[in-house]
Design a protein around this ligand. Structure first.
Ligand SMILES: [Zn+2]
Length: 459
């Protein structure tokens, strides 16, 4: 089970977050009650005809009423200070600002001013509404005073009435707390699914993606995970107003295969803010070549100098490895190098060729399309997107045909990749800082108890 430890707030708690006293709470409840009364009053004492008023009242969605009634004690307290009524609007399908303003009977002249505000980004954020987006509108005596809209997880667009300029827009950062937490899990029988085990351990898929990314030089996550494999992950959770907004970085991770092979990684942040993953000893996890240029694929045909060609039905050398994966699956440069061919070449269909150091060339065939902007002569980093799996050229189904050519000779890519050279280790000058940074992370990793399961007991 994941548990929260080491609360690490990004910044001091805002003063508004001090606990409310009983008396204050009573006041807040009264204010919320008044706000609800005020909103319903808005529709009763309106200048328009009774029919439109009734129609408008029905149009006020249940969600909006509920949101207004349950406005948190804190914002109710803030609103009370400024004598404002707050309405939270959850954007519905096909909703527009115009529809929302009409529904709440706010001035359309105000809306016109807001949508003409001298800030392109603000205008864009107000016109691109998606169902589920939340807007908060604050009014005084039926007149709109403030409009808030969340941007992503940690920013808020604020439109405020200004006596001189009509309305002004600003974007403010919302306080986000970071917690370091630990999750552990074990791959269960029958599923052999890392994602299922990770979800059960409380990891978001984005964090599991990162975990597979960190270990992709050593572990083929399509083939290798087996029942009984275990993992431990020390990672950040980002929390706003006590609510998880998303997982943050993985700080340390361990993957242990049932046969005992153990892989560990720690994140080291350099003084300039760049970060990378290393072994606990400070060696790079990067190998000269990725274990597979396509994640989550399976090998459908191995390197074989004498193979019957599936399309031509003749004996022809299979000078590469085929990785079967759905059309559109991302294909990555197996190593850093320079693009020396990008185009159509006979039976390869769409082909990319990359020249690497040490007279090595890798080839990627049958691509459905190339990475946008990929050009001959371009430098690519290891793991950089170069194209997408397809079945162009002579192919029976979507797969990547991957070749490894060393000194002009075709070699078995699987063997060649295993003897590759690793990336650079932690520089000597960073040793002390590295050890100071990763020691507590490793201690946390070691302290995390693995789930007990039948597979572990049988070990
Ligand atoms: Zn092939």
């Amino acid at each position: 089970m994941a548990k929260l430890v080491n609360p690490k707030p990004d910044r001091p708690r805002p003063r508004g977050k001090v606990p409310l006293t009983g008396l204050q709470l009573t006041c807040c409840v009264a204010v919320v009650g008044m706000a609800v009364y005020f909103i319903s009053g808005l529709f009763r004492h309106t200048d328009s005809t009774t029919e439109t008023a009734l129609a408008a009242e029905t149009a006020l969605t249940a969600l909006e009423v509920a949101a207004a009634a349950t406005t948190s004690a804190q914002s109710a307290a803030e609103a009370a200070l400024a004598n404002l009524s707050e309405i939270k609007v959850v954007v519905q399908r096909n909703d527009t600002m115009d529809a929302i303003f009409r529904r709440l009977q706010f001035s359309l002249a105000d809306l016109a001013q807001i949508l003409a505000i001298d800030n392109k980004d603000a205008r864009r954020m107000l016109t691109l509404l998606k169902p589920g987006d939340e807007l908060t509108l604050a009014s005084r005596d039926g007149q709109l005073v403030q409009l808030h809209r969340l941007i992503g997880d940690d920013k808020r667009l604020k439109i405020e009435r200004d006596e001189d300029a009509g309305f002004v827009a600003s974007v403010e950062d919302l306080p986000v707390d970071r917690y370091v937490t630990v999750a552990t899990g074990m791959i269960q029988p029958h599923t052999s699914s890392l994602y299922a085990a990770a979800t059960a351990a409380g990891l978001q898929d984005v964090t599991t993606d990162r975990l597979t990314d960190i270990f992709r030089w050593d572990i083929d996550f399509m083939l290798d995970p087996r029942e009984g494999d275990t993992f431990r992950v020390v990672y950040e959770k980002r929390v706003r107003d006590g609510r998880l907004i998303r997982d943050g970085n993985i700080l340390a991770a361990e993957y242990v295969m049932k046969d005992g092979r153990t892989f560990r990684a720690v994140r080291y942040e350099f003084p300039d803010g760049k970060a990378d993953y290393y072994t606990p000893e400070g060696k790079s996890l990067r190998k000269a070549f990725l274990k597979t240029p396509v994640q989550f694929s399976r090998i459908s045909s191995v390197f074989n100098p004498r193979r019957r060609h599936p399309v031509l039905n003749t004996i022809r050398a299979h000078r590469g490895v085929d990785y079967a994966a759905p059309t559109g699956t991302k294909v990555y440069a197996a190593g850093a190098g320079r693009v020396q061919f990008r185009g159509v070449k006979g039976g390869f269909g769409n082909l990319v060729e990359i020249a690497h150091a040490g007279k090595v060339v890798t080839r990627y065939g049958h691509l459905s399309r190339f990475a946008p902007g990929l050009k001959v002569g371009q430098r690519v980093e290891q793991g950089e997107l170069i194209g997408y799996v397809g079945s162009t050229g002579l192919a029976t189904g979507p797969h990547l045909h991957f070749e490894f050519i060393e000194n002009g000779q075709y070699v078995d890519p699987q063997k060649a990749i295993r003897r590759g050279e690793p990336g650079p280790p932690i520089p000597d000058g960073q040793r002390g800082a590295f050890e100071a940074q990763v020691a507590p992370l490793l201690a946390q990793l070691d302290a995390a108890a693995l789930p007990q399961g039948p597979a572990l007991a049988a070990r």
